[in-house]
Design a protein around this ligand. Structure first.
Ligand code: CO
Length: 134
C-alpha cells in the first residue's frame, strides 16, 4: 500500500543553524522556511536525490514540536512520511488493522498542498508515521 519515502522529518532547536548546516556543511539544496500555522510548525525542506528532509521548528503556542524539543533538547528524528495513492482508503484499512489516526481522523492539507494524516507512534514501533496522498 505505501509507496515512496516522501520525507524524513527532524525537529530542530535552531532552524537557521540547522538549515545552514545542511546547506554549507552537508552541501544540500535547502529551501526557504515556510510557516504552517495549521500544523504549528515552521518547516524547511531539503531536497536530496532520492527523498527530502523536513526540518521542523515550533510555530505558535500549541506546537507539537515544543514538547518534543523539551524531551529532546538537541533535536531528533520526528516522523517518517510515506506516500499513498488514496489516503482515505489507506486510513480505513489501517483503522481496520487497529492503528490509531491522530487528531479527528480526517486528512489535513500538508506542507506540499496535499492531504496528510498522522498515525500514532505507539502503533508503529515508536515512530510517528505521516501518510501523504500524492
Ligand atoms: Co512531514
Amino acid at each position: 500500500m505505501i509507496g515512496r519515502l516522501n520525507h524524513l522529518a527532524i525537529a530542530v532547536p535552531d532552524l537557521e543553524a540547522a538549515a545552514d548546516q545542511y546547506r554549507n556543511a552537508l552541501g544540500a539544496k535547502v529551501g526557504e522556511p515556510q510557516d504552517e500555522p495549521d500544523h504549528g510548525v515552521t518547516v524547511v525542506f531539503i531536497e536530496l536525490p532520492n527523498t527530502k528532509i523536513e526540518l521542523l521548528y515550533p510555530l505558535g503556542e500549541n506546537s507539537p514540536i515544543t514538547s518534543f524539543l523539551e524531551k529532546n533538547p538537541a533535536g531528533g528524528m520526528h516522523h517518517v512520511c510515506y506516500e499513498v495513492d488514496d489516503i482515505i482508503q489507506a486510513r480505513d484499512h489501517l483503522v481496520e488493522t487497529g492503528a490509531r489516526v491522530l487528531g479527528n481522523g480526517e486528512p489535513k492539507i500538508g506542507a506540499h498542498g496535499k492531504p496528510v494524516l498522522f498515525l500514532h507512534p505507539r502503533d508503529f514501533n515508536g515512530c510517528l508515521v505521516e501518510l501523504e496522498q500524492v
